[in-house]
Design a protein around this ligand. Sequence first.
Ligand SMILES: Nc1ncnc2c1ncn2[C@@H]1O[C@H](COP(=O)(O)OP(=O)(O)OP(=O)(O)O)[C@@H](O)[C@H]1O
Length: 232
Amino acid sequence: MSGIKFNHVSKYYQQGANQVVALNDVSLSVEQGEFIAVIGPSGSGKSTFLSIAGALLQASEGEVNLNGKVIGDLKEKDLSKVRLEEIGFILQTSNLIPYLNVLDQLLVVKKMAGKVTKREKETAKELLQNLGLETKMKKLPEHLSGGERQRTAIARAFMNNPSIILADEPTASLDTQRAHEVVQLIAREVKSRNKAAIMVTHDERMLKYCDKVYRMEDGKLKPTSFHLENLK
Ligand SMILES: Nc1ncnc2c1ncn2[C@@H]1O[C@H](COP(=O)(O)OP(=O)(O)OP(=O)(O)O)[C@@H](O)[C@H]1O
């Protein structure tokens, strides 16, 4: 199978003598070509959920399947490979490297792994062009607007053509117009290239771009009664 599947996943944290139940028996499947949103109050378990989906954190119980691989069965080396090759992370702040220009932000991982091929450079340029950054390729992050920085981070997340996209509050630092643009870009990538995407958001205006909306409450994930059709 491709995409993400959570099968009765729970996560517990030990806090002194107490055990915090951050995820409580979560089951969910996100198929290729599907864009889902997770909303919910602070502390409800959204970050924990996304970290487990991104193989950054292991579940305490249950099984997580990413593109047919059971994450709990993989060694750290294989987990790193999955993160690098199969998952594109888009975070709240763009986390760009201050001394690299926009083009190099996309190529830095390739550079570290060896030599950047002509083809890879072309791919990076095409991506930046698609995201409206063609005139910004040689600019450093400090000379970009918040929206341009976030679009650079998105281009970077798409660089490896990951089949899974995980976005944690991707619109938090953006104005309304940029926020819509950024989420539309994610939706477009999901639909045109058949990816599976999960977005954690507080921004209800962005839900209309998603296929399904779930609400996290006290570690439980439930489908919401948001009427997406009405939002469109
Ligand atoms: N490393 C940790 N150790 C102990 N408890 C933790 C840890 N990380 C999270 N928690 C607890 O687990 C619960 C879920 O936290 P989580 O960060 O997943 O929620 P969230 O919905 O992402 O919150 P927010 O919207 O504020 O980011 C909270 O009660 C939190 O205090």
